[in-house]
Design a protein around this ligand. Structure first.
Ligand code: GTP
Ligand code: MG
Length: 454
């Protein structure tokens, strides 16, 4: 089957849903007015074109309609085709201009990284290139084995380490081996999800640094694999990964399994990263270089849409209802999946944040404990020293005081003894004097009596 036919087949669901929806909606209008633009915008947003892109397409459409004086709603589809072709811009292929060239493949789990690598190996091998694959998704043993199956199929070389080993070391070994063996391309598979987002991102950043260092001067592609069935969520994923490694191109997988092919336009328009490859099936040949013209042709092919449509009889209406029911169920399923994924991501982020905060708190507590212990130690030392000094001073003072007191006591005792002695002496003298009678004194008494009488 040719490339164009594959893309057409792959885009059947999108054509059935988005393009048929747009045509149906436009068919209800007889003139171009603001009501038409509003409904158009809504239909495109529902078809996963993204709100920003839908608004931009309608703005450009208003200008073109005015500029060219268009009045027939039947001309609108042609104008949308023109505008979206302009939005997709020039095609950009993979840059494999050096030997070796390195392709780093990143993306969330289940996006289709390993399958895309398997398909790429097969294509490069067909082109006569020598390919070496690095099994840098060391998170699960099954991931390494899955890659081994693909490389065995295409008979390409694989560098693998044990499960749980450092993915950057695998990449390092792969680049060293590729240089030594003269390989043309090194393709690095990576893990989609580790136990928290922070770890995954740090790991990817490390791998990216190793490639820049070990493959300096080599052509390098960093391909972000996005699952088209996730719709607008894919744009958010791209924004997240862009922070870790500069993305050079998008691989949009599972276009065959979704009605959300409009995402291609929104990715290019909102992120300005070229879509370089598209996956249109699970087979080894189901990877195509992205060509804007073939893509838009396949998407807008009125003949294909018409041949896919059947005349409206009761049976077909029933079929249509069945289709719509299927679409609704699919949308509900997608939304449920998106919500579950978001809840998982949020839980993961919260767990990561809690872990980080716990780590920080533990570190702070450790620091504080250390500081407090040190301070307590210092204070204890100071207090001990001060107490020791004080005790010494008190002892000295007590000694001095005791000495002074004993000296004073001695002095006082001496004084008291002296005074007692003196007093005793005086008392003895007085006693002596009192014992001897004094005659003159009696005479004196007698005369004085007379003196007083006179
Ligand atoms: N229909 C369809 N299925 C695809 C396409 N690409 C990959 N798949 C399927 O998507 C599933 C996941 O693919 P993987 O290649 O294992 O995804 P991964 O990104 O390596 O996932 P992890 O290793 O878990 O991170 C597999 O069942 C693939 O067959 C595609 O273009 N179309
Ligand atoms: Mg994988």
């Amino acid at each position: 089957m040719g490339i164009i036919q594959k893309i057409r087949d792959g885009l059947k669901k999108t054509r059935d849903s988005l393009m048929k929806g747009l045509r149906r909606m436009l068919g209800t209008f007889t003139k171009i007015d603001e009501d038409l633009f509003e409904q158009l915008e809504e239909t495109m947003i529902m078809g996963d074109m993204g709100a920003d892109t839908a608004i931009e397409i309608c703005d450009q459409l208003r200008d073109l309609v005015k500029e060219r004086g268009i009045t027939d709603p039947n001309d609108i589809m042609g104008l949308i085709q023109e505008i979206t072709t302009g939005m997709l811009g020039e095609d950009e292929g993979l840059d494999l201009s050096t030997k070796p060239s390195v392709i780093l493949v990143i993306g969330v789990n289940g996006a289709g990284k390993t399958t895309t690598i398997g398909k790429l190996c097969h294509q490069f091998k067909d082109e006569g290139k020598r390919v070496l694959v690095a099994a840098a998704d060391t998170f699960r043993a099954a991931a390494i084995d899955q890659l081994q199956v693909w490389t065995d199929r295409s008979q390409t070389e694989l560098v693998r380490h044990a499960e749980g080993s450092d993915p950057a070391a695998v990449v390092f070994d792969a680049i060293t081996a590729a240089k030594a063996r003269g390989c043309d391309v090194v393709i690095c598979d990576t893990a989609g999800r580790l136990h928290n987002k922070k770890n995954l991102m740090q790991e990817l950043a490390k791998i990216n640094r190793i490639i820049d260092r070990e493959a300096e001067g080599c052509a390098k592609e960093c391909l972000l694999v996005l699952d088209a069935t996730t719709g607008q969520n894919a744009v958010n994923q791209a924004r997240l990964f862009q922070e870790v490694a500069p993305i050079t191109g998008i691989v949009l997988t599972k276009l065959d399994g979704t009605a959300k092919g409009g995402i291609v336009i929104s990715i290019k328009n909102e992120l300005n990263i070229p879509v370089k490859l598209i996956g249109v099936g699970e087979g080894i040949d189901d990877l195509q270089p992205f060509e804007a013209k073939s893509f838009i042709d396949a998407l807008f092919d009125r003949d294909l849409t018409a041949s896919e449509e059947k005349p409206a009889d009761a049976e077909n209406i029933a079929e249509d209802i069945e289709d719509v029911t299927e679409d609704v169920n699919e949308t509900v399923e997608d939304v449920t999946e998106d919500v579950a994924e978001t809840v998982e991501d949020v839980t993961e982020n919260v767990a990561g944040t809690v872990e980080d905060v716990t780590d920080d708190v533990a570190e702070t507590v450790e620091d504080v404990t250390e500081n407090v212990t040190e301070t307590v130690e210092n204070v204890t030392e100071n207090v001990t020293e001060t107490v020791e000094d004080a005790a010494e001073n008190v002892a000295e003072t007590v000694e001095d005081t005791a000495e002074n007191v004993s000296e004073t006591v001695e002095d006082v005792t001496e004084n008291v003894t002296e005074k007692v002695d003196n007093a005793a002496e005086e008392a003895a003298e007085t006693v002596e004097e009192t014992a001897e009678p004094e005659p003159e004194k009696k005479k004196k008494g007698f005369f004085s009596f007379f003196k007083r009488k006179k």
